[in-house]
Design a protein around this ligand. Sequence first.
Ligand SMILES: Nc1ncnc2c1ncn2[C@@H]1O[C@H](COP(=O)(O)OP(=O)(O)OP(=O)(O)O)[C@@H](O)[C@H]1O
Ligand SMILES: [Mg+2]
Length: 276
Amino acid sequence: MADILTLDHLRVAFDVQGHRVDAVSDASIRVPDGGSVGLVGESGSGKSTLARTLMGLLTTPPAVLEAKSFAVEGQSLQIGDHAAISRLRGNTFAMVFQDPLSYLNPLMRVGRQIEEAVRLHDGRAAVHHRISELLDLVHLPQRVARSYPHELSGGMRQRALLAIALACRPRLLLADEPTTALDVTTQMEILALLRELRRELGMALLLISHDLVSVAELCDEVYVMYGGRTIEHGPCREIFRSPSHAYTKSLLDAARAQRSGRKVLETRPGALSVGG
Ligand SMILES: Nc1ncnc2c1ncn2[C@@H]1O[C@H](COP(=O)(O)OP(=O)(O)OP(=O)(O)O)[C@@H](O)[C@H]1O
Ligand SMILES: [Mg+2]
């Protein structure tokens, strides 16, 4: 399978008042076209910085970016070339974040925000039909188009953000902790929706998460990040069964301990369990 995204040896540093802070020191990642890849690691390991770099969202300076190679759909790009990346953003890839409220305009009805995204990417679209289609796709009732973000629950806001992201029919969705701020039941619903969207749209997924169970449920492959480096990579099944890096082992032990303490997530038939 061809890769939709390849990134080799990424380094990202920030110039903070004359001091250099290394956020990502050596990260490499590949996402196969239509595939699902997880990126896990402890807080501060550089996951969001990597995602924001891919989306061309870091301002240079203060960010200093370097990569041996970076390609999207086989097209080679300069890592800091924001103009080229912004042309792809919204056409080839889109992103959803942990806190949808920060990315939704509080003063604009949800329907208008979806409409803006639709118009931006497809000037000739039958806009109202497309808005309705997108709401259906993320299982939001049509009335949500007339709601303001503060009138929605956290799960509904994340669905609204997904509808905006999907407006451009992305080939790759980057999801940075899309369920971390939600309660467990809503988390499961959003994960099920992501799985369904992937299946229906044939879209690739890069899922950033603290939660190994989510990654095991949704992703074929996983990358583990530690201290700004991608230290381990492979099929989820293999990595979770026999992690080779001590850090990955401790991440799995922590997930198991948390899981046996809470006993909230049951294993689905056929799905991989990190509960051992
Ligand atoms: N704009 C910035 N300026 C300076 N340092 C930054 C900036 N953004 C991120 N960093 C630093 O880069 C490192 C990686 O941060 P990042 O947010 O990518 O981690 P993360 O793995 O996404 O963590 P979390 O799981 O908590 O979201 C951290 O040490 C952080 O303080
Ligand atoms: Mg983060």
